[in-house]
Design a protein. Structure first.
Length: 468
């Protein structure tokens, strides 16, 4: 163990150093808090990534010269950097780059060691814009991360692997992963070490109501929560700001956001343009979208564009046909067929007909939300996934690519909300999209993914980079 590489996490107070240490160490013995200066000593632990790469991680106190005590902590931190083989310098991505961070980073660069700039607290795609500001540091490697949300770790792990050699005893005789899939599952456990804890606490569902103006979103919200929470009127576009409302249902806290109605692009002016922006912001945080369709109008081109937002943000979805009580004489079968024909890309979304005004079937929406969310966050065991994969391949063999044999070694689910499945392939670029679509449909036939999108990604063994 004395030959292990040392990796030091350096940074100013409260940037997430201890949280990263905990994630790498896969346990929570470093104290994390919002109070600056919580970590004062250099904390060490031997950790493993990728199943067979061991190294010693050093968690240091925040570098802060505001007092005599903190100055000593900073001195210990910089000494740890000098002893380390690899240095991670962390900054807070919620703020713009600060001169003090630049100076400390340049001081670490002078040590001539592998050094990465990690911009933490990039918690969603929109916040990536702030990440670009930190590229001005001129670091050889810069990574956006969200340690608390376990996002964007793939490239970071790949970089670490460049400097952390595998154990020598495991270099001989690779495992046939077609038969033995546990080693890869172990690697996944390392990336998602706190998944079980998160799922236990995962009892809150964020639901977005989206649709054209005057489809009855405010009326539906009032019917769902049982009170006059928003202004309801026949004037299109009454709702401007999204309004949050939470209720308890089946031991879940369901939080609704009543979004502003979306008009055709040519009519989005002033405050309605602002409302559309707020709608997209809310969708970034949502788990499930209720897409409201007016039964008296049917699916319009604008409905299709709005539905595209569900696909864009990869949300669970339920199509709600409102005003069912005052529709023209059209059979249920015909109405469903028309919607399926117009919204083919939401083929997986269940459909429910309701009347927000009379309350017809409105409460069934709550049951649907809970069921869809259960599928949205589900994780399929790797062994079951591969049993179904082998079955699918036996039924319909993988087509070759200009004579080159394409072989899927195994599959594993690497993410939830929505479920994402990696297909480990000898030639990922040669796996035809139509075969991936076939596999996605086959997985859907064997596992319950109703109401949720399903992503399949082909990649080589050991490759973690996902093309978001």
């Amino acid at each position: 163990m004395s030959d292990l590489k040392k990796v030091a996490i350096i940074g100013r107070p409260n940037v997430g150093k201890s949280s990263l240490f905990n994630r790498l160490a896969r346990q929570r013995d470093a104290i994390t808090s919002d109070m600056s200066g919580t970590t004062r000593d250099v904390k060490k632990r031997v950790v493993t990534i990728s199943g067979n790469r061991d190294f010693e991680i050093l968690d240091t106190g925040g570098i802060d010269y505001s007092s005599e005590l903190f100055s000593k902590v900073a001195e210990h931190a910089l000494n740890a950097a000098k002893q380390a083989d690899v240095i991670i310098y962390m900054v807070n991505g919620k703020t713009l780059p600060e001169e003090e961070d630049r100076e400390l980073f340049y001081k670490l660069q002078q040590l001539n060691k592998p050094l990465a700039l990690v911009v933490n607290k990039i918690d969603n795609d929109k916040e990536e814009e702030r990440y670009w500001e930190f590229l001005e540091f001129g670091a050889e490697r810069t990574f956006p991360l969200s340690v608390s949300h376990n996002r964007y770790f793939n490239d970071f792990y790949t970089w670490l692997e460049e400097y952390i050699p595998p154990r020598e005893e495991e270099e001989e005789g690779g495992l046939e992963l077609e038969e033995e899939i546990d080693p890869f599952a172990e690697m996944l456990e390392e990336i998602h070490f706190d998944q079980e804890e998160e799922e236990e606490e995962d009892r809150e569902i964020k639901v977005a109501l989206i649709g054209r103006v005057n489809t009855g979103k405010s009326s539906l919200l009032n019917a769902l929560v049982g009170e006059e929470r928003t202004i309801v009127s026949d004037v299109a576009g009454t709702t401007i700001d999204p309004v949050d409302e939470s209720i308890e249902h089946d031991d879940y806290k369901i939080t609704f956001v009543d979004t502003a109605g979306i008009r055709r692009r040519g009519k989005i002016l002033g405050i309605e343009k602002y409302a559309l922006g707020r709608t997209e912001e809310m969708l970034e945080k949502a788990d499930i979208a209720l897409l409201l369709i007016d039964a008296t109008v049917g699916v319009t081109e604008l409905d299709e564009r709005i539905a595209g937002l569900i696909e864009k943000f990869k949300l669970g979805s339920l199509i709600v046909i409102n005003k069912w009580d005052i529709r023209e004489e059209k059979s249920y079968e015909q109405a469903i067929e028309d919607i399926r024909d117009e919204l083919k890309f939401l083929h997986y979304a269940p459909i429910i007909t309701v009347s927000a005004k009379t309350g017809q079937r409105v409460q069934k929406i709550l049951d649907q939300i809970v069921e869809i969310y259960g599928r949205y966050k589900q994780r399929i065991p790797t062994s079951k996934l591969n049993d179904v994969l082998r079955e699918a391949i036996n039924r319909h063999h993988i087509p070759s690519h200009h004579g080159a044999v394409v072989k899927i070694k195994f599959a594993t689910q690497y993410e939830t909300k929505p479920p994402k499945i990696a297909l480990i392939v000898n030639r990922p670029n040669f796996l035809h999209f139509s075969y991936k679509r076939y596999l996605a449909n086959y997985f859907r036939s064997k596992f319950d993914f109703e109401g949720v999108p399903l992503d399949l990604e082909a990649r080589k063994r050991g490759e973690r980079t996902i093309d978001e």
